[in-house]
Design a protein around this ligand. Sequence first.
Ligand SMILES: *Cc1c(COP(=O)(O)O)cnc(C)c1O
Length: 353
Amino acid sequence: MKKHNFSAGPCVLPQEVLKKAADAVLDFDNGLSLIEISHRSKPFVDVMENARALVLELLGLEGKGYKALFLQGGASTQFLMVALNLLEKRAGYLNTGTWANKAIKEAKIFDDVYEVASSKNANYNYIPKGYEIPSEYDYFHCTSNNTIFGTQMKEFPKCPIPMVCDMSSDIFSRQLDFSKFDLIYAGAQKNMGPAGATLVVVREEILGKVSRHIPSMMDYKIHLNKSSMFNTPPVFAVYTSMLTLEWLKNLGGIPAIEELNEKKSTLMYSEIDINPLFKGYAAKEDRSTMNATFTLENDDLKETFDTMWKEAGINGLNGHRSVGGYRASMYNALHLDSVKTLVEVMSELERKA
Ligand SMILES: *Cc1c(COP(=O)(O)O)cnc(C)c1O
């Protein structure tokens, strides 16, 4: 039986995408596997170009000076690469949790970093608001969705300098004016595909302004000039991401998936709020539509609850160690039925308790 996969990442992907990807591993092009053909062959170059074009199309960024790249090293390498390419003197970072801290740590290797605001004082259960971004800084960096703490930025600040955003765990999940951002990055494994590819969407004109010598593999310009084929790209991850983007486009794109994601998260949070056994972790106005974090009010019920959800075919519900409790990750490919199943288990626990 297919599990209800609430895993935080790697995570659920559309079943039809998995089938097509599996087929391509066996036979992609006249008896050759996707992972044994040259990345310079026409069939694969077409895949890469199609994937890059779909990204811009879905985000509404076609013809606006942006390019999409599929790189490697995960979002974690972007923490470093962003700073190498954009940080000359000082950058402003919004500290909203574990991933933001990791981004800050890497940027500090190169130059000065200023935390424009932080929610550390409340173990990152909310998104800071009302802060100023100094106009003399090189760029501002934020994390749109905090996968671990279950908070999500609903609004983005007015930003007088280039705005860089780690959208690893909510890209393609909701409508935003993506042209507000100058550089967006995301590890593929949360809403787009398998681990191994990292998406970077960059407004070309912000590049080439720092004085340092950038190593080739870390240089966005080099990857852009080589059409995301400077070295062998992660072919399987790019292909599978392309399939997911096609799936999303056929579904009606971001507006359609946003509607579904709203339904899932509304159902999830209404159970958390109505059921006296559970408590939501994140501040209500900042709750993530992707990762719902919650705890049991009475720890004695933990064993019973854990047995119940596992028996219902649910996977990946344990919270991250820095928050504890539970985390229901509801990425694009998760069905509404999976959330219904979880909510039923939660109300069943209330009846039993
Ligand atoms: C998972 C995650 C990362 C780390 O991604 P890797 O691809 O594992 O390096 C960074 N930022 C956010 C917001 C994440 O959710």
